[in-house]
Each structure stands twice: as structure tokens, then as C-alpha cells.
Write a new protein. Structure first.
Length: 183
């Protein structure tokens, strides 16, 4: 287990390294900010309303359940049990971290940002992707960018976002399956 933690810390510092790129130092806090993506969410909801008509209500409810499931499982179940401190809250590492956003007081494993964004990416790709098959991969790139940004700004370890991404893939896949099967 110590080797895994050391590997995770090494990978963290590789991604989080101080002064890597001024453009990324500006972009990554913006990219991971949940408010940045409100126009995207509104546009996708409007698109769903246009394409699905009355079924868009079910789509919105299922999207809400997807995000809610991600929060409950990641935050309330896993984080409360694992209780891994964030890298920016780890005394031995604080001086070396390139922290670009406020640290937060919660635990690190798993990343809620990664869980929710990957869950939404799979849900969007599985439900809306039928209308633009060639561009579905952009949902996954978006989620990966948010997860990567969490490490870059100094608030999560890579394994935190990796586990969150995996959890999100499962939750989003289940939601997309429910949509295809029952709606």
C-alpha cells in the first residue's frame, strides 16, 4: 500500500508541478469551476427538451438522480469511510504544492468533481449522443479535463480522480441504460 501511495504522490507532483505553464495556471481553475459549465448544462437541457419533447422531464429527473447518486456514493459513503486528506491539507506536502484554488476542508478520496462529471459525460453521451455520434467523445474529454484540473490545481491526488472517474462511469452507464431501456 505504501508503494501505491508513493506512486500517487509522485504522479501528483508531476501533474501539479510549480510553474509548469502560466496558461494552465489560468485555465485549470476556470475549467474545474462548476459555474463555468452552467451555459453548457442549460444548452444541453434545452437540446434535450427540443429533441425529447415531453420525455425531457424524465431526462432531467434522471440527470438529477445521476448527479445525486454520484454525490451520495462518493461523498457520503466513500469519503466518510476512507478519510484520505487532500494533498493541500497534508502537512508534509503543503510547502511543495502549487495550490491554485482554496483547498477545502473535506476529504480527498474519491473526487466528487470526477465522479459527477464522468457520470454526466456517460449520461450525455448515452442519451444525447445519438444526435451527434461523431462528437460524443467531447463529453469524455470534458470530464477528463475537469478531473485532471483537480490534480493540477492541487486539491486531489490522481488516484482520487481516477477512482471518481470509474465510479462516475458506472453511475452514468447505469443511468444511460435506464434511459434506453425504460424511456
Amino acid at each position: 500500500m505504501n508503494e501505491l501511495i508513493q506512486f500517487d504522490e509522485s504522479l501528483f507532483f508531476l501533474i501539479n508541478g510549480k510553474g509548469q505553464a502560466l496558461v494552465l495556471d489560468w485555465l485549470m481553475p476556470f475549467w474545474r469551476n462548476k459555474y463555468t459549465w452552467i451555459p453548457l448544462y442549460v444548452a444541453l437541457a434545452a437540446f434535450a427538451g427540443y429533441k425529447f419533447r415531453w420525455k425531457a422531464i424524465a431526462w432531467l429527473l434522471l440527470l438529477g438522480l445521476t448527479i445525486g447518486a454520484g454525490d451520495v456514493i462518493s461523498h457520503r459513503l466513500i469519503k466518510k469511510q476512507v478519510q484520505r486528506p487532500r494533498p493541500c491539507n497534508t502537512e508534509a506536502l503543503k510547502a511543495e504544492i502549487h495550490l491554485l484554488v482554496p483547498c477545502g476542508s473535506g476529504y480527498s478520496f474519491t473526487s466528487n468533481h470526477a465522479t459527477n462529471h464522468f457520470a454526466m459525460a456517460v449520461f450525455f453521451a448515452g442519451t444525447l449522443g445519438v444526435f451527434f455520434r461523431r462528437w460524443r467523445w467531447l463529453f469524455y474529454l470534458w470530464a477528463f479535463g475537469v478531473a485532471y484540473a483537480q490534480v493540477y490545481v492541487g486539491v486531489h491526488y490522481p488516484l482520487d480522480v481516477g477512482a471518481g472517474a470509474l465510479l462516475g462511469l458506472i453511475i452514468g452507464g447505469a443511468s444511460a441504460f435506464l434511459w434506453k431501456r425504460y424511456v
